[in-house]
Ligand binder design. Structure first.
Ligand code: FES
Length: 150
């Protein structure tokens, strides 16, 4: 089986996998970074969102063979102590309900705010519209992003 050299949360990992294995499964099953969630597997829900070179990307759509040479950040690597401003805002607003989609939501929101630190409501909705929450915590998510942007 081929091997791939990955840089994840500033650490190097060498993994063996079929070239067409989605990064999501390498993260979860081989590197034990289970904060990245499987929702749909077809790029529709956003639960598997990670940062790739600072951009939000769905790890179910990125093949391990495409991930070499890229800087990948998962929810575990977003901050040292879970204290990224978006994570702090999430706690302040008490966003999670079932919690399943939240790591993907936070990864999308943090990448968005790094590029647009002071967004208006429609920009927030546009940025987050691809991240599905089955508990429909969208108002809380929007509020937390506003708090994080202050
Ligand atoms: Fe990747 Fe749904 S699991 S977008």
């Amino acid at each position: 089986m081929p091997t791939f050299n990955l840089k994840i949360n500033n650490e190097k990992h060498t993994v063996e996998a079929d070239a067409d294995t989605p990064l999501l499964w390498v993260l979860r099953d081989q590197i034990d970074l289970v904060g990245t969630k499987f929702g749909c597997g077809i790029g529709q829900c956003g639960a598997c969102t990670v940062h790739v070179d600072g951009n939000a990307m769905r790890s179910c759509l990125l093949l391990v063979s495409q991930a070499e040479g890229l800087n990948i950040t998962t929810i575990e690597g977003l901050s040292e102590q879970g204290d990224h401003p978006v994570q702090q805002a999430w706690k302040e607003i008490d966003v999670p309900q079932c919690g399943y989609c939240q790591s993907g939501q936070i990864m999308t929101a943090s990448a968005f705010l790094s590029k647009n630190p002071n967004p208006n409501e429609s920009e927030i909705r546009n940025a987050m519209h691809g991240n599905i929450c089955r508990c429909a915590s969208y108002n809380s998510i929007e509020e937390a992003i506003k708090v994080a942007s202050k």
